[in-house]
Design a protein around this ligand. Structure first.
Ligand SMILES: [Zn+2]
Length: 83
């Protein structure tokens, strides 16, 4: 699946986005994907499916989820810059 740097349909910011699996008409950024309330039911989250699995093992607070998302996004941006 390709990564596009375009406007996120959820938050409206320009970020790397991918097509949402549950809502194919939407492009979602990593933040919105991780914060999505439908993520636990999503068969194939566009971003970081591994984070979802680890998150389901314990209850995460909102702040904790956000810092996880931030870390994951920073890592991703670093990779994009390197390539
Ligand atoms: Zn977004």
């Amino acid at each position: 699946m390709s990564i596009y740097w375009e406007k996120c349909d959820i938050c409206g910011r320009h970020r790397p986005t991918r097509q949402c699996w549950l809502h194919p008409e939407r492009s979602v950024c990593p933040y919105c994907c991780l914060a999505c309330p439908e993520r636990p039911q999503c068969p194939r989250p566009a971003w970081f499916p591994s984070l979802r699995r680890s998150a389901s093992r314990r209850t995460m607070g909102v702040a904790e989820t956000k810092s996880e998302a931030k870390k994951a996004l920073e890592e991703l941006l670093r990779k994009l810059e390197e390539s």
